[in-house]
Design a protein around this ligand. Structure first.
Ligand code: NAP
Length: 283
């Protein structure tokens, strides 16, 4: 395919960042308060440490503050829940992010579900998911929101299109599939037990790679002219699709890095600003 469209997440994120700066400045001028995103890091997984730092830096760039809480690797579910309850009650905190994954002895979903809905700016609470799936007002899981924002920014048609999502994790595969369904795409969700995966992917007008395996989705699985969204972020800045080869088949694709990644962080910022605006009822 000659000159596929590069779905430039970095560019959209830069535009959204300017918009958020204005909204935050407006909010600060009106209320005298700076919106705060609280981040909870349990343990010291290097990738998680980096993600939390990047989210803190993103807060600064739009004029918000982050409150960084660090809990030891040995933390229990009860200790994480207690911290979340404290933050739920703290009127200065507008959004709460519990960095995924937590150490295995911690019940992650129970912790996610204890985040107050109005502060669940990363859209991880089961009720947020249910509301989103039913088309009701909710904060969306950040990476799926990033993906939909990219598709809409570039006016990629979704209605009636065949979308294949490879991966069904609670934070990525499942919610992005629901969001595509709500846009009237015909959605297939694949996972590790899916049979004839290349043939299923080959049907897709839109492919979302959310597998967590470097360059797992191959160019010869892609229908000519399909749109490829690569949500993967593996060591060495490699996505979940073989983009080097896929760019010769796809009509459009998200690069790695510079596609879904920067949009995920800005999506979290957008929802935090929205939570703060709602708190002060400035809409
Ligand atoms: P995850 O929780 O490990 O889920 C991976 C999914 O892929 C599972 O549903 C799994 O199926 C499926 N899978 C694994 N092997 C497969 C195979 N051989 N064939 C078909 N499906 C297979 O991962 P995740 O948290 O969703 O993350 C996925 C990717 O997105 C990773 O590369 C991660 O780094 C990236 N990510 C990026 C961002 C960002 O901001 N850009 C944010 C979050 C995640 P089963 O359910 O059957 O096990």
């Amino acid at each position: 395919m000659a000159n596929p469209l590069i779905l430039d997440g970095k560019k959209i994120a830069a535009e959204l960042q300017e918009e958020l700066k204005t909204r935050v400045a407006h909010l600060v001028a009106k209320t005298g308060s700076i919106p705060i995103l609280a981040t909870i890091l349990v343990g010291n997984d290097p990738a998680s440490v980096t993600y939390v730092r990047m989210k803190g830096n993103a807060c600064k760039r739009v004029g918000m503050e982050s409150l960084k809480l660090e809990l030891p690797e040995s933390s229990t579910t009860g200790q994480v829940l207690a911290k979340i309850q404290e933050l739920n009650k703290n009127k200065d905190v507008h959004g709460i992010l519990l960095q995924h994954p937590v150490p295995e002895q911690v019940d992650e979903q129970l912790c996610f579900n204890s985040i107050a809905l109005e502060k669940d700016v990363d859209g991880v609470n089961t009720t947020s998911f249910g509301r989103m799936a039913m088309g009701q007002k909710a904060y969306f899981s950040a990476t799926p929101l990033a993906i939909l924002t990219i598709l809409k920014y570039y006016n990629i048609p979704l209605q009636g299109k065949d979308a294949v999502v490879v991966g069904r994790s609670p934070i990525l595969g499942k919610p992005v599939a629901m969001m595509l369904l709500n846009e009237n795409a015909t959605v297939t969700i694949c996972h590790s037990k899916t049979q004839n995966l290349p043939d299923v992917v080959k049907r897709a007008d839109i492919v979302v790679g959310a597998v967590g395996k470097p360059e797992f989705i191959k160019a010869d699985w892609i229908k000519k002219g399909a749109v490829v969204i690569d949500a993967g972020y593996n060591p060495g800045n490699v996505g979940d699709t073989d983009l080097e080869a896929i760019q010769h088949v796809a009509s459009a694709y998200t690069p790695v890095p510079g596609g879904v990644g920067p949009m995920t962080i800005i999506s979290l910022m957008r929802q935090t600003v929205e939570a703060a605006e709602r708190f002060y009822t400035i809409e």
